[in-house]
Design a binder for this molecule. Structure first.
Ligand SMILES: Cc1ncc(COP(=O)(O)O)c(C=O)c1O
Length: 378
């Protein structure tokens, strides 16, 4: 039998090649052109007022933090409450700017627990980073409200949330900054790229300078002749080389056309998993927040003896993943070791089952059977 892998990205190859061909024919693969078109398309799709296309979500998280630090006059050692169940980019972004990640615990949906967040707030807390793990908004709305009440900034790490709708609105519309990933295995895969969406247009404008080395207008708009003397740009401050490029944007434009349909397919696969794994002793399904249409980047379950179960799944040709190890297990975040017991317990038990567009109900059934067998210890 064919192996079933965790992620197998699908591309609309002819459409993607046609879109990339346009870049090559025009002789424009860099910043501008398709990056502008994709930003417009993303704004139209998501309803976010601002969207800046970048080389990765890691870059987006860093820019979000950098600009909020600048705007708020935050100091080195100021604190941001965050989750230990995430990819390290989330927390590294805080350290890039000398902030201290303070870890709060999660609930059974594996996202931040608003009560634990509140407990961790102190005089130096400036912001909260919420991660919509696997596309799940969890109790984001309560954390949003808590931040509002306490005058804190809120960054949504929406790396998994392209196409998560909460009611009628796209996830992230009410965050100070929402950051999406279009990395190779995400719901809207390119090779590497991301998007930062600021609520405040001034921060969006600033981010455009910061992502292009502090330069005040991009080469493409200068080439279009909007500036008379193209070489006479200003550099107001230091910046990074974080902006996206037209080849990635070409892939993203095509992916976006298909995102709703693709996520619908993912939701159907998740429903099949739900049905196949309901009431199975020893397999706990991670609950999805009510009232949302999730991107379903991940389908996660919790089992005992997780590492052994994965070995047994591998023996049956099923290759799941783990999202994520409790970050306080890593040496650099070990100062917070033991502060989030529910996250630690989940981190030892969680498995992401294969979920991608080449799967169908039958493949889901095969994985579910293999999981039952693996959990029984066979
Ligand atoms: C939760 C989370 N945040 C941030 C990132 C970083 O995304 P990128 O690879 O686009 O930098 C990832 C990528 O896996 C992620 O899973």
């Amino acid at each position: 039998m064919d192996p079933v892998h965790l992620f197998v990205p699908s591309f609309h190859i002819d459409e993607a090649l046609a879109e990339i061909r346009e870049c090559l024919e025009r002789g424009w693969t860099g910043l501008g052109y398709k990056t502008v078109t994709f930003e417009e398309a993303w704004r139209a799709y998501s309803g976010m007022p601002h969207a800046h296309f970048l080389s990765s979500a890691t870059a987006g998280l860093h820019l979000a933090v950098r600009l909020l630090v600048e705007e708020g006059g935050w100091r080195e050692g100021d604190e941001v409450v965050t989750t230990p169940l995430t990819f390290v980019s989330t927390n590294h972004a805080l350290l890039y700017e000398g902030l201290r990640p303070v870890f709060a615990d999660v609930t059974d949906d594996l996202c931040l627990d608003p009560a634990s967040v509140e407990e961790r707030l102190g005089p130096r807390t400036r912001a909260v980073v919420f991660v919509g793990l696997g596309g799940n908004p969890g109790r984001y709305a309560e954390v949003r409200e808590l931040c509002r009440r306490r005058g804190l900034r809120l960054i949504l790490d929406a790396a998994h949330m392209a196409g998560t709708w909460i009611g009628e609105r796209h996830a992230g519309h009410d965050a100070d900054a929402a950051v999406f990933s279009f990395q190779a295995v995400k719901n809207l895969p390119t090779a590497d790229s991301g998007m930062v969406c600021f609520a405040d247009g001034r921060l969006d404008a600033e981010a455009r300078k910061w992502s292009w080395l502090g330069i005040s207008s991009d080469t493409y708009s200068r080439t279009l002749g909007q500036a008379r003397y193209k070489w006479l740009y200003d550099v107001e401050h230091v910046g990074f080389k974080y902006h996206g490029n037209s080849v990635m944007a070409a892939l993203a434009l095509v992916g976006l056309r298909h995102l709703e349909q693709d996520n619908q397919h993912r939701r159907r696969l998740a429903a099949s998993y739900d049905a196949a794994l309901a009431d199975q002793g020893g397999i706990l399904r991670v609950p999805m927040a009510a009232g949302c249409r999730p991107s379903r980047h991940l389908y996660q379950v919790l089992v005992d003896d997780r590492d052994e179960v994965i070995v047994r799944l591998n023996a049956q040709g099923v290759y799941p993943g783990v999202h994520y190890r409790d970050n306080t297990l890593y040496r650099m975040y070990a100062y917070a070791d033991g502060t989030c017991p529910r996250a630690r317990r989940a981190s030892e038990r969680l498995i992401s089952l294969p979920l991608h567009l080449r799967m169908n109900e039958e493949t889901v059934g095969r994985v579910a059977d293999a999981l039952r067998t693996a959990v029984r210890g066979a």
